[in-house]
Structures are given as C-alpha cells and as structure tokens.
Ligand binder design. Structure first.
Ligand code: ADP
Length: 667
C-alpha cells in the first residue's frame, strides 16, 4: 500500500479522499489555489502545496504543477477525485511517465470512453444497447439537421466531449434545430474546447439509471448495483438513490451484465460508472435501457452505493491502484436497505438554478457522520465563514441518508434537510426538502422531467408565518437578547414613567415591506402589530443561538443570524430572510420597474442580441451570460426599446451589474 498520496482536487471530494486515506494510515498531500488557501481540504491534509491562482485552468487543471507537487512531497500516487483532471488521459500519461501511480483506470480506457461518439460506436460493437442517433464525424449544420429529421423529433443535441449536462439541448421542432445547435456548440467550445456535437433520439419519459462497476488489475470485474439519478435539473443530478425504485432482479442483472461488459471491453481498472437511459413510460424492461456514457472515475453520488453495500469505494480504489485484487466476488454482494443523496447547492432555484455566491455567515448541520457511512451522513468541503466563489462548483454539502426501506429513508431525508441551516448564500435547500415530500417521488414515479414539470410546486414559497416577521422585528431592534439583570437600571423590561415602551421596526422580505409597532409588555413579553400581524410573543429561556418562544399557546424554536442589514431566521424547517432598510444606500438604480436588466450572478457576457434602439417584446432574448461554463439567457421583462447597452460581449460582470436599460416604446 502507498505511504503517501496527493489528492489533485478540492472541496468536498478532496476532503472525502483524505478522510479514507487517513483512516488507512496513508499520509496525504492537498493542493490548493489562492482561493482555497484556508479551505477544509487543505486543513485536513498532512501537507498542502499551492498550485496557482483561483482560475481552475491555472491551478486545479495545471497537470505539470500538480505532478511537481507530488514529486516534491514524495507522494507515490495521485487521486484525481472527480472533475478537473480525473478524466484526462494526458494527465494519466504524465503521472505515469514520472513513475507515479494514477489512482484510476489507464489512459487508454479513459480515452475510449472520453468522447461520447467514440464510446457509443465502441459499445455498439460489444452488443451493449445504445441510444439511436447520429454519432458520425460530420458537423455540417444542414447535414445534422437532416439527421435529426431522420431520427425524428424530439432530439437531443449533445457535446461529444460533454459532461455535467453542458452543451446539451433538447429540440422539439425542426425550425429550432439550427439555433439550438449553434448555442450547444458555443457552450461546448467554452466548457471543453471542442464544439463537436452528436444527435440522439430524445427518449420520452427518460429515467437515468447507472451501474457502479469496479475492476482490479487481475481481470476481476463486478458491479455494485444501480443508482437512480433521474431527479435532475438542466440535465444535472439533484437527488440520487439506490436501489432504483421499481427495479426487478431481471433488469438489474441485464444492466449489471451490460455494464460489466462495457468495462471489460476497455480493460477497465478501478471505480467506474456506466450510465443508462431507461424508458419510464412503463415498468422497467430488460429491453428498455440504452447506454449513454461511461464515467471513468468516482462519482459525486458514490455515497449511496457505499450506504447500501457497506463498502468504502475510496478504500477500494486505493487497494486496486496498489495492485491488490478485489476482496469479494459478485455473488458476495448484497443490497442493504435504501439510500438517498441530495446535493445542497448555493443556487437560486427560482431564477432558473443560477449559481449563487457569498460568504456562509452561518452553516449548521444536524448530527451526522461525515465521509463515512451512517444513517445520516453529510459530506461537505466548507465550514462556517467560508465563501462560495464563482470560481468553482457551488456545492455546499451532500446530504446522504440510509434506512431499511425507501419510505423510511425519504422521511429521514426530509427531516435532515429541514435541520440544515445556511445563511449568507441562496441555496436550493427548500426545493430539496419539497422534493423529498413530493407525492410522485414518494411513490417512486421518477423521470428526468419531474423537477422541470413541478418547478412551481418546488419553489412556491409558503407565506411567511407572522411569528417569523414578528421575531425578525425583535431581532432587528436587538430586543431578543436576554438581559436577565438584577440591576433595576440595566433591566430592559420596557418600564417607562410614561407607560410601556414602544418601538417601530421596518424590514422587508422578498418584495414585501413590513412596518411594525412593538410594545413591550414584560421583561420578555412583546406585542407586535402591523401589516396584518397582531401577535403576542413570549421569549423563553434558551440555549445560546436558539430562541425558544411561545405564541398563541405553542412553543417553538427559532434560530436567528444577523449579518449587517440581513436577518436570517430558521423556523420549523424553513429559512426566512429579511433585510433592513439601509438609510445610506444610494447604490440601487432608481429606474422604473422592469427597465434595468441586471446580472443575476457574476458571469461573462457570452453573446449580445440587442443594440440601442432595438424594439423588444416581453421574453425576447437580450443577452447570454455564461457562468460556471453554462449559458444563461436573459430576456426582456416587458415590451420596450433598448435605451442603453452597458456591457460588451466578452466582458466579465459582477452580480447586480446593470447590463441593459429599456425604455417605453412611446417615450
Ligand atoms: P453529461 O455527460 O453532460 O452528464 P449525459 O449523456 O450523461 O451527459 O446525459 C445527462 C442527462 O441528460 C441524462 O441523465 C438524462 O437525463 C439526459 N439525457 C441524455 N441522453 C438522453 C436521451 N437520449 N433522451 C433523453 N434524455 C437524455
């Protein structure tokens, strides 16, 4: 076994790998960019080496510097994690050329599966079923449009170098094909430096089911059952589970065999995943699944497989890379219970899953295992006070639960999500919790369109409870802090010679402004009134950080976090955010509503579709912003004339930058 390894990654996955290595007594070397100098993965490793500035291209993708870091620190092997260099055959060759071990498959195996078109062609020859479509070399738009017509709409355009759902466009009608192809090619070029695309039949009612495979250098190949990753947004996974709902032994065996076949065809070694698309229009069938691609690395969602098999996949990776044979055969493996993983991201679901950034002013998770199995397991690469930057994936944590059956696991998932508290960044937590309680999902009726179809349901904010507004008002005035002093002059019980003390508070929540009148009735008793709120609140003794209060005969706990002009209040599993008016704030654009189009996140102006003087109607495209290598189209919020375009294509803009100004057509 290795004595020391280098982990060529960051965040949660680097911490995950380091955790297992440490348990096995293997020393670890972390690498970091300037943005990550104080990150968790750096703190966890025995040694850490700076590899460059924040942009990934100059740090986590810099093969030469990373290999040099391994040599300098005496590491014998490199674990690539996922993303970054994990599926880069040139990196594998360079690692091996200097006599180090790459913890993963051979460069040839990665290459064989690296491009979706070549991988599909190879699978066809081994008898693994593939999705019908064109994966030939021609990239001529007219030719591909003709192919799409021959395949029959709807079709899916995919970047052949694709990953993470990037460069993917579903096209319903022939007239939209050419524009969609151009957009997919732009996104693919930006993300992978390769604009080439293939066309596939869009499988209606698709389910994403993947098989975890493992192979050693002795030629043993097994599968560790399936994961269902059908809950997706923008072709990216949101909640994964194992086993797949409605899976039968016959289909599992057929898929498992196909996956093992695929791995054997390329002489695979280590952990890999063979992704299939399955037809969910009826029950799963042995002839109703097709190969999509193989990921030649560990997957983000590997913890659900660890939960149901009892294995540590990173440990297995290390053992196999060190030349040990797999310690089990296929027939030794059993499925134990059911597991889910939810990806908690800094993102704004209501704004089309836009990545969000910010400092995690408050981050609290319920009691859980981390980087190892448990009924509740939370794998996170960030700590309170850390920043979610625009440089990398905005993952905050993976919430993994395990229970004897699917219903129990799902109930545990919902309860766990309710107890995750994040302030400082917009997150998808509420949408995840709503998903965990979604009727169709609970019944196991999953397909990749579920989230998009029910988005309104998942983002519909319940009305803010009046207690939340009232508590936020108390917090805004500092009235919630207990004085409990015996000095009559220091007591804040609202006694005044002229009667009970009264205060006034203004705060806003989303677009709603509240103006409230607070009267103090006793040392810890208040009456809050205004804007349809009329409440009596008793603040009870509390642990530090937790505010226990009684209102209308019910006691509850709330947690409040104040960060300058922002108050976040956690109450009964929901987060409520309030802002206080800043009398000095002059930065807001005093433009009429719907006139200023501002950047909803930091990004690059990838395309400008309008010029000053253009007439636009509500919904017409204005420009395309690119963030996290994904394109986000911004459209006109109303009819009007473009008065000003304040940015140029190629410009990097900050969150909130005014991009385009509209004026009324008759102005
Ligand atoms: P990437 O490598 O970018 O993740 P994949 O090929 O793995 O791309 O596909 C990502 C997702 O897109 C799948 O999980 C599935 O939801 C959807 N998808 C892919 N191919 C098809 C198809 N032919 N029909 C319907 N949906 C598909």
């Amino acid at each position: 076994m290795f004595q020391k390894i280098l982990v060529a990654n960051r965040g949660e996955i680097a911490a995950r790998v380091i955790s297992t290595a440490r348990r096995m007594g293997i020393a670890t070397v972390a690498v970091y960019s300037d943005a990550d100098a104080r990150a968790l993965h750096v703190a966890m490793a025995d040694e850490a080496v700076r590899i460059g500035p924040p942009p990934a291209a100059e740090s986590y993708l810099n093969a030469r510097v990373i290999i040099e870091a391994a040599r300098r620190t005496g590491a014998q092997a490199i674990h690539p994690g996922y993303g970054f260099l994990s599926e880069n055959p040139d990196f594998v060759r360079q690692v091996q050329e200097v006599g180090l071990v790459f913890i993963g498959p051979s460069a040839e195996a990665i290459q064989a599966m690296g491009l979706k078109d070549a991988a599909k062609a190879l699978m066809e020859t081994t008898g693994v079923p593939v999705v019908p479509g064109n994966h030939g070399p021609s990239q001529d738009p007219a030719f591909l449009a003709a192919e799409a017509a021959a395949i029959g709409y709807p079709v899916l355009i995919k970047a052949r170098a694709g990953g993470g759902g990037k460069g993917m466009r579903r096209v319903e009608r022939a007239e939209d094909f050419v524009a969609a192809l151009a957009s997919a090619r732009r996104e693919a070029e930006a993300a992978f430096g390769d604009p080439s695309c293939l066309i596939e039949k869009y499988v209606s009612h698709p389910r994403h089911i993947e098989i975890q495979v493992f192979a050693d250098s002795q030629g043993n190949v097994v599968h560790l059952f399936e994961r269902d990753c059908s809950l997706q947004r923008r072709h990216q996974k949101v909640i994964e589970e194992a086993p797949a709902p409605g899976m039968t032994e016959a289909v599992r065996t057929a898929m498992g065999q196909a996956a093992v076949e695929a791995a054997r065809a390329i002489g695979y070694r280590g952990a890999g995943t063979v992704e299939f698309i399955a037809d969910a229009s009826g029950p799963l069938r042995t002839d109703g699944f097709w190969f999509m691609e193989m990921n030649t690395r560990l997957q983000v969602e590997h913890p659900v497989t660890e939960a149901i098999t009892g294995l540590d996949l990173v440990e297995l990776q290390l053992r196999v890379a060190a030349g040990e044979p797999l310690p089990f055969r296929q027939e030794d493996l059993r499925i134990d219970g059911h597991a889910f993983e939810a990806r908690l991201y800094a993102e704004d679901v209501a704004k089309g899953f836009l990545p969000a950034t910010g400092r995690l002013t408050h981050l609290r998770f319920p009691q859980a295992a981390s980087f190892t199995r448990g009924p509740v397991r939370i794998d996170s690469g960030v700590r309170p006070g850390d920043e979610i930057t625009p440089w990398y994936d905005p993952l905050i944590a993976k919430i993994i639960v395990h229970a004897p059956d699917r219903q129990a696991a799902l109930t545990r998932l919902a309860a766990t999500l309710d107890r995750c508290q994040v302030a400082g960044c917009t997150t998808n937590r509420d949408a995840l919790a709503a998903l965990a309680r979604h009727d169709g999902f609970r019944l196991g009726r999953v397909d990749t369109g579920l989230i998009a179809r029910d988005l309104n349901l998942l983002t519909s904010a319940e009305p803010t409870p009046p207690e939340a507004v009232a508590l936020a008002a108390l917090v805004s005035l500092g009235l919630h802090t207990s004085t409990m002093s015996t000095d009559p002059w220091a007591r804040r019980d609202g006694w005044r010679a002229w009667g009970r003390a009264k205060w006034h508070a203004t705060l806003s929540h989303d677009e709603t402004a509240f103006s409230l009148c607070i009267s103090q009735l006793g040392e810890r008793a208040f009456h809050v009134q205004g804007d349809a709120i009329d409440l009596h609140l008793d603040l009870l003794d509390a642990d530090p950080g937790v505010l226990r209060f009684a209102s209308q005969g019910v006691q509850s706990d709330a947690q409040t976090v104040r960060d300058r002009d922002r108050i976040t209040l956690f109450l009964r599993g929901r987060a409520h955010e309030f802002t206080l008016p800043d009398p000095l704030d002059t930065s807001t654009h005093d433009l009429p509503k719907g006139s200023g189009i501002v950047a909803p996140m930091p990004g690059l102006v990838a395309k400008l579709s309008v010029r000053p003087g253009d007439r636009v109607s509500k919904g017409s495209p204005l420009l395309v912003l690119e963030a996290m290598k994904m394109e986000h189209g911004l459209t006109a919020p109303r009819d009007g004339i473009v008065a000003e375009v304040l940015v140029v294509a190629g410009e990097q803009v900050a969150d909130g930058t005014l991009l385009v100004r509209l004026e009324d057509a008759d102005a």
